[in-house]
Write a protein that binds this ligand. Structure first.
Ligand code: PEP
Length: 227
């Protein structure tokens, strides 16, 4: 079974030339479904079989300065969009807004990669984590058609820190999200690299990975997507 591996480049790189160079150095593998999510400004000029955005607005057009709409993403051939990343929640994005975004994306047949996990710390036990996730997912997924929604579970303490969750924890939380909400695919994200990726990908209920830092290093990311 193919896994989904999405690269979140965040606010990198700083030139179009470097973005094109990075995309060109990522293998076009058939082993897994690989999605590159460069900054929105590069989406029309970066070439890769599957592209994703890192965020979008919920309106198609109008007086919404600085926003990018799902309709515009669709016009560029973008197939996926990350929504509710903890770095966006940290600057004030709410679950209500995330819910609007999910619905708008689905209306235009763009697959949302919904990130959850904000608020957890390395010391929290699984029950506390589940509580945080409930608070997010109850609102994020309200009245959403779940058929094509992908959820990425990302413990915030694991993002960009070099400290990943245990395989057991990732598997357990994936099972919870699927069982409680009927979500079909759950990814793990948080300090994934070429060394630990294989372990996560071998978990039955972890359907893939959301990779930040390691996706900016072509050799590392190629290792991950070719596992
Ligand atoms: C992310 O940005 O979603 C992420 C998981 O980052 P990193 O892989 O760097 O922890």
């Amino acid at each position: 079974m193919k896994k989904i591996i999405a690269a979140n480049w965040k606010l990198n790189p700083t030139t179009l030339k470097d973005a094109q160079k990075l995309a060109a150095s990522i293998t076009r593998t058939k082993k897994n479904t690989v999605v590159l999510c460069p900054p929105n400004i590069y989406l029309s000029q970066v070439s890769y079989p599957l592209l994703g955005a890192q965020d979008c607005f919920w309106q198609d057009k109008g007086a919404f300065t600085g926003q990018t709409s799902p309709l515009q993403l669709k016009d560029l051939g973008v197939k996926y969009c990350i929504v509710g990343h903890s770095e966006r929640r940290a600057v004030g994005e709410t679950d209500g807004q995330i819910n609007f975004k999910l619905r708008a994306l689905l209306e235009h047949k763009i697959i949302p990669i919904l990130c959850v996990g904000y608020g957890t710390s390395v010391d929290q036990d699984d029950l506390e984590v589940v509580d945080v996730l409930r608070g997010q997912l109850d609102v994020d997924l309200k009245d959403v058609n779940l058929a094509s929604v992908i959820v990425a579970y990302e413990p915030v303490w694991a993002i960009g820190t070099g400290h990943n969750a245990t395989l057991e924890h990732a598997e357990k939380i994936s099972i919870f999200i699927k069982a409680k909400y009927g979500v079909k695919k759950v990814l793990y994200g948080g300090s994934v690299n070429g060394v630990n990726a294989g372990g996560f990908l071998s978990q039955q209920h972890v359907d893939g990975l959301l990779v930040g830092g390691a996706s900016l290093v072509a050799a590392q990311f190629n290792e991950i997507i070719n596992i």
